[in-house]
Design a protein around this ligand. Structure first.
Ligand code: CA2
Length: 144
């Protein structure tokens, strides 16, 4: 099984600011946790991060051609704005799980819409980095 974990804008800044919302751990820490999870599950995996909407769309499209079986995606701020990412997820028709580190439903009104979530089989939010682990476990269990 091959999974792709995609992170959107500013998530590379984790641990640097807004620690009260996203915690003190860094993006490197997150990558290590995800890689450890891939290894424990015995699956192939890749982690991709970009601050650019079109790059995220390109990477989702690439997943259709490179043998990816499932996607874990935290589109970050593009969650709430990007029909392009929603359309890309619909186009590739791969099972996708949406992850948010913070509990988005307890936050500002402008964060209450998720476009990407409309193309996802599951959403996990408010569980910190552990949400990525649960998303990988879900895809491994349901789509192996
Ligand atoms: O809770 C999440 O995972 C979010 O996807 C994070 C996004 C936010 O726009 C979504 O509404 C919820 C923001 C990621 C920005 O990360 C930062 C990291 C360090 C400092 C500032 C922002």
């Amino acid at each position: 099984m091959k999974l792709l974990v995609i992170n959107g804008p500013n998530l590379n800044m984790l641990g640097i600011r807004e620690k009260n919302i996203y915690g003190a751990e860094t993006y490197e820490d997150l990558k290590h946790l995800i890689e450890k999870t891939f290894a424990e599950k015995g699956i192939e995996g890749e982690i991709y991060q970009s601050n650019h909407e079109g790059d995220l769309v390109d990477r989702i499209q690439q997943a259709y051609f490179d043998g990816t079986n499932g996607i874990v995606i935290n589109p970050a701020a593009y969650t709430h704005t990007s029909v392009a990412i929603l359309d890309a997820l619909k186009a590739v028709m791969l099972p996708a799980v949406e992850v948010h580190i913070s509990d988005v439903k307890e936050r500002e009104d402008f964060r209450q819409i998720s476009y990407a979530g409309k193309a996802c089989v599951k959403t996990i939010m408010g569980k910190g980095f552990q949400g990525y682990v649960e998303a990988i476990e879900y895809l491994v269990e349901h789509y192996k």
